[in-house]
Design a protein around this ligand. Structure first.
Ligand code: SF4
Length: 168
């Protein structure tokens, strides 16, 4: 059961980070499958995008982090153009598919929401959003991290299991 309110309509398509569906598109060539996102996939509701791959970056790829308005990789190259190109392509997919919200991988320079790596490649975090998240929020599309989405699903599941069947 999924949250059903004005921000997460049951049945509506949801934009998701492709790595959360089990696709090996992360910078290290790995994936990060998430149970709640996999449920969206099973329901046919997930619209999976990897903005960094869509921007033309290879997999695996050199780790990158946001540094103000720019994105730089660990060897000091400015990769902002690829990140912006990919985020714009992912936004187009989101709008074309009618996604009403997004569940994106936390801390990523593309997909992170609220907290991202600090641009010094030392594991530190700072307040901020990934490039795709910024574009989605600017369009009024709600963005949830995978942790936020899983917590919302659990809350709905708990509520449903606590309600008597005839009250549902
Ligand atoms: S850009 Fe987003 S979808 Fe692609 S690997 Fe990074 S977090 Fe996952």
């Amino acid at each position: 059961m999924y949250p059903e309110n004005d921000k997460m309509p049951g049945g509506a398509p949801v934009l998701v980070s492709r790595c959360l569906t089990g696709a090996p598109c992360r910078m290290d060539g790995q994936s990060k499958p998430d149970p709640a996102v996999l449920r969206l996939v099973e329901e046919g509701r997930a619209v999976a995008v990897c903005p960094e791959v869509m921007g033309g970056l290879p997999t695996p790829r050199i780790p990158s982090e946001r540094l103000g308005d720019r994105v730089v990789n660990r060897v000091g190259e400015d990769v902002t153009d690829a990140f912006v190109r990919g985020a714009e392509a992912a936004l187009r997919v989101c709008l074309e598919q009618g996604c009403t919200c997004a569940v994106l991988k936390s801390k990523s320079p593309s997909c992170g929401k609220g907290i991202i790596h600090n641009g010094r490649f030392d594991g530190g975090l700072v307040p901020g959003n990934g490039i795709l998240t910024e574009l989605l929020l600017a369009q009024g599309i709600p963005v949830f991290t995978e942790q936020e989405y899983a917590a919302a699903c659990r809350a709905v599941d708990d509520e449903m299991s606590a309600s008597p069947p005839d009250a549902r």
